[in-house]
Write a protein that binds this ligand. Sequence first.
Ligand SMILES: [Zn+2]
Length: 186
Amino acid sequence: MQKTELKIRLLGDPGLRKKAHRILDITAQHRAILSQMAELMYKRSGVGLAAPQVGIDEQMIVVDIGEGLYKLINPRIIKRQGKQIIPEGCLSIPGITINVKRAKKIFLMAQDEYGKPLEIEAEDLLACVFQHEIDHLRGILIVDYASFFERLSLKKKIEEIKNKAKAKAETKEVISYNNQKKEGVF
Ligand SMILES: [Zn+2]
């Protein structure tokens, strides 16, 4: 695969709405991408990042809420318990926070970066972040959970981000060829 620097796609980028493919054959390339994703997540002070956010339509996520790094392949939630509402942000939707109702506790199955099956039990914030990232693999974003009034009050901001995504898409080639660092404010 190309050795270009990973870039975070913003709301409006069609890649964020695609369903990511299940990975059948885990390779060194996937491990390299997961490491780069983790690096980018830390650099942007995020707690999670999903492959579609960097333009890769495969089922990979990285998560770290400060209790250790998870690099997961093909994650899927097999059980949900309870409810919680946590205000969530997203690296692809800078400057916006939405209250999302999610399960308080989840059980998920995934594979590690070498294909070993994993079973993970998560609660509270960690459960929330896993659900957020797994949503990304299905093309679901936090704005989809916004109430009517939240949508109204965020309309202008969302349009701004979409315009920014459009401008970015138009200059994407130039940016990746020059290998410039293009850091947005968020
Ligand atoms: Zn997100």
